[in-house]
Design a protein around this ligand. Structure first.
Ligand SMILES: Cc1cc2nc3c(=O)[nH]c(=O)nc-3n(C[C@H](O)[C@H](O)[C@H](O)COP(=O)(O)O)c2cc1C
Length: 327
């Protein structure tokens, strides 16, 4: 299996992603996943009103369209976040748009919410066999601005809310023009108010999170936390990728446009959790950004996160990382 994983990494990033996830799907259908990747022991936990098998989840972006929920679930993740999904299907930015920096355990991506649209995802959610927790991460189409952009979030919310266990409102991708403006005061309040209206309309009682950027100033973070505290939101997911490349050693990549994830993001994302908890000790935080090892996983928890997600670590180390983090 190790040789196969090394072979897959030789292909261009998006092709190797497709090959790896489809290979996992085949193993799942042949009922062979646990032969190669034994399921971790269950370490049940109840949080935000959800019962989870453990505290480790797969972060948004890996399975944008919900095409791989069952195989990922079979690996033993406590929760799976699918998306980011937008109302309409969109192609995303031109390739190349993913850059893997293996010797620094890092990725830079500028995908731009390529996805098959919310209706496709809803079909996948309805058909899933995985009985664990599945969250949906929602966003806006690239062309939408102003009220249309808010309507995109509402439209996704309406379509997915019955078929998932929690929702994440993603305002932090650096690859959709001006999306991060939604961190700013009036824009954020407008978005939160609109979503709260929808929450009340459909009597939504499941958890809902705001996924934030690690590149916000202290002042902006204080504002976001106050707004979330005063809203019906359950907490924050911290963090998305960073646009700051200072922590990268290889200067060839520093000028690339896109969001940096993986090891060079670890300290920055963890510091965001610490800052959040200092500002508002009771706010719920799901920690994500740079987790590569069991030590990193526990560092996120010790910093105040109650759940942890991974993305880049899964790409670099493969499915065996699930057991390594949870053992
Ligand atoms: C290729 C790639 C695509 C991503 N797509 C999304 C996305 O669609 N929505 C989202 O909220 N985060 C997305 N992310 C961010 C991850 O969910 C995560 O927040 C970030 O990568 C930090 O975690 P990591 O260091 O474990 O990768 C993406 C990350 C990568 C590397």
């Amino acid at each position: 299996m190790n040789i196969l994983l090394k072979l897959i990494k030789v292909f261009p990033p998006e092709l190797s992603h497709t090959i790896a996830l489809n290979s996992l799907k085949i193993l799942y259908f042949l009922n062979l996943i646990h032969l190669f990747f034994p399921k971790p022991k269950t370490q049940k936990v109840s949080l935000f009103g959800m019962d989870l098998a453990n505290k480790l989840g797969i972060a948004a972006g890996l399975d944008k369209n919900g095409d791989f929920i069952d195989p990922l679930g079979a690996l033993g993740f406590g929760f799976i976040e699918v998306g980011t999904i937008t109302p309409l299907a969109q192609k995303g930015n031109p390739k190349p748009r993913i850059f893997r920096i293996f010797n620094e355990n890092a990725i830079i991506n500028r995908l731009g919410f390529n996805n098959k649209g919310v209706d496709h995802l809803v079909q996948k959610l309805k058909k899933r066999k995985f009985s664990g927790v599945v969250g949906v991460n929602i966003g806006a189409n690239k062309e939408s601005t102003g009220q249309d952009r808010i309507n995109d979030y509402l439209s996704c919310f309406r379509k997915v809310h019955e078929f998932c266990d929690y929702i994440t409102v993603n305002i932090s991708s650096p690859n959709t023009p001006n999306l991060r403006d939604l961190h700013q005061s009036d824009n954020l309040i407008d978005l939160l108010n609109a979503i709260e209206g929808e929450i009340k309309k459909v009597n939504f009682v499941k958890p809902i999170f705001l996924k934030i950027s690690p590149d916000e100033s202290r002042e902006s973070l204080e504002f976001i936390i106050q707004a979330v505290d005063e809203s019906g939101f359950s907490g924050l997911i911290a963090t998305n990728t960073t646009i700051n490349k200072d922590n990268l050693q290889n200067s060839n990549y520093k000028e690339l446009t896109g969001g940096l994830s993986g090891k060079p993001l670890m300290n920055k994302a963890t510091k965001t959790i610490i800052d959040i908890k200092n500002i508002s000790p009771n706010i719920g935080v799901i920690g994500v950004g740079g987790v590569m090892s069991r030590e990193d996983f526990h560092e996120k928890l010790n910093s105040g996160a109650c759940l942890v997600q991974i993305y880049t670590g899964f790409i670099i180390h493969g499915p065996k990382i699930v057991n390594e983090l949870l053992k």
